[in-house]
Write a protein that binds this ligand. Structure first.
Ligand SMILES: [Zn+2]
Length: 479
């Protein structure tokens, strides 16, 4: 598809990094060519020409911009991104070495504003949030592998005091550090819901397919198939009194690894690590409190894993929810592993990689959908697409990796980044729930097109994933 001059110019004006590589921008008045994301001053439309490649821009007599380094990008090198990724690796490996966000900024070598902007763009987080998350991850690890007193764990993970450690650990994990250490012992566990958690909204999402064979909601009890550290298991969550009581069942038996994976699963399902309060404050500041009214604590429920999200984002393309549920059910009943209680675990990528498209067409998959699903499953089965690695990648690299998979366009990729990788600043452009939500929220004559959606959503950055979650709810009656 050829993009029009006007469209490319609008992406260039927006400094939209998602368009890097799809075209280069030449500025005739300065003789320089740039990436669409370049933050340099924007020239007028009539002074801009667009090129498919750096070679074409140079052939027209232009020089590469020294600010955005278009040639590095075209070569696949992205030194600025790489330096931020290296820094984040360092923070995650040794959070205790960074006293606070200021020390992260200092280590980056960039100025404060630029460093914050790079963290937001590439990791959808502030340096402080990313550091705090790294400290909590380190504490979780230490609590399981060591018997050291909690004070030592807190200090080693980089917390300045035991009370700060307790407070942050509890809100991110729904349990105390001591209870988390208790995951080493047999039995179930409980995760506390934050005050004001809009449970009815979550239950409506969890129960949206009453015929599902991978999950089932019966009153306050939710059962779901889960892959716990490689073990297909049945996870049972009983919601009562502001808490989620979790029990597990697996033919292969449940150990510490499975309980840790189940805890991670439940935290993601509840969206405990999302900053709902910050988003509600932003909505009020923007004068659109009605976006969060009655559900200020709403979170985006995470899929059990990237594979679930990928399957669902391909199955759900171009069709309505009900039919998508039917297609998923057929796949799972035929290829999944039966668990207790009539539920099935999701088929592994290898099981789908072995199929031919005709096998899926028999279950009413379109030829394209069948091809995309099998193609993606083969990439995973052959080790060419590492889903587990996506979780620690920068958002920018995860997006590039996923966009390279046939059948995953910008909608699916953003859906996956948001719902499976937990990235905070995504917009599934073209999503009808988002466009009709925006129409209601801003009282528009009609649903916004892709460019208008981007523009309207930009005010919610860096919380655009949560904005999406609320927009999905705005036209529905309260549960
Ligand atoms: Zn530039």
């Amino acid at each position: 598809m050829r993009m029009t001059h006007a469209h490319m110019y609008s992406r260039f004006l927006a400094s939209d990094p998602a368009w890097n590589g799809r075209f280069f921008t030449g500025v005739l008045t300065t003789g320089i060519y740039c990436l669409p994301s370049c933050k340099a001053r924007k020239p007028r439309s009539e002074n801009v020409r667009f090129f498919d490649s750096c070679v074409a821009a140079r052939a027209a007599g232009l020089r590469p911009c020294l600010k955005c380094h278009p040639d590095d990008f075209a070569r696949g090198a992205d030194p600025v991104l790489e330096s931020i990724e290296t820094l984040v690796d360092e923070v995650r490996a040794n959070p205790g070495r960074f006293k606070d966000a200021r020390s992260v900024v200092r280590r980056s070598g960039f100025g404060t504003t630029r460093c914050f902007e790079l963290f937001r763009q590439h990791f959808h987080a502030t340096p402080a949030d990313l550091l705090l998350r790294a400290k909590i991850d380190a504490a979780r690890r230490l609590l399981i592998v060591r018997d050291a007193p909690l004070t030592d764990v807190a200090l080693e993970a980089g917390f300045e005091s035991i009370s700060v450690f307790h407070e942050h650990f509890r809100s991110a994990n729904g349990m105390t550090p001591a209870a988390y250490r208790g995951l080493r012992a047999d039995g179930g566990f409980a995760v506390d819901l934050p005050p004001g958690y809009p449970l009815p909204h979550l239950l409506r999402t969890l129960g949206r397919d009453p015929q599902s064979v991978t999950e089932r909601l019966t009153g306050p009890v939710y059962e779901t198939a889960a892959d716990l550290d490689g073990t297909p298991a049945l996870l049972r969550i009983h919601f009562a009194d502001g808490s989620a009581a979790v029990s597990l069942d697996a033919a292969a038996g449940i150990g510490t690894g499975q309980r840790i994976a189940a805890h991670r699963h439940v935290v993601g399902l509840l969206g405990l690590d999302q900053d709902a309060a910050a988003f509600a404050r932003l909505a009020r500041r923007l004068g659109v409190a009605r976006l969060v009214s009655g559900r200020a604590g709403l979170r985006l429920s995470r899929t059990p894993g990237a594979w679930d999200g990928l399957l669902w984002s391909i199955i759900g393309q171009q069709i309505n929810l009900r039919f998508a549920c039917v297609l998923k059910r057929r796949l799972v009943e035929n290829l999944g592993t039966p668990l207790k209680g009539g539920l099935f675990s999701l088929p592994a990528p290898a099981a789908i990689a072995r199929l031919e498209p005709a096998g899926l067409r028999r279950w009413q998959y379109s030829s394209k959908k069948a091809e995309y699903l099998i193609g993606a499953a083969r990439l995973i089965a052959e080790g060419k697409l590492d889903l587990a690695a996506l979780h620690s990648m920068s958002a920018t690299r995860a997006e590039r990796t996923l966009l390279a998979v046939r059948g995953l366009g910008p909608w699916s990729v953003n859906y996956l980044m948001m719902r499976s990788l937990g990235l905070a600043d995504c917009v599934p452009i073209g999503d009808t729930g988002v466009t009709s939500g925006l129409r209601t929220l801003f009282k528009l004559e009609e649903r916004p097109d892709a460019d208008a959606t981007r523009r309207l959503m930009s005010v919610f950055s860096p919380h655009r994933s949560l904005a999406t979650a609320h927009l999905w709810q705005i036209n529905k009656p309260a549960p």
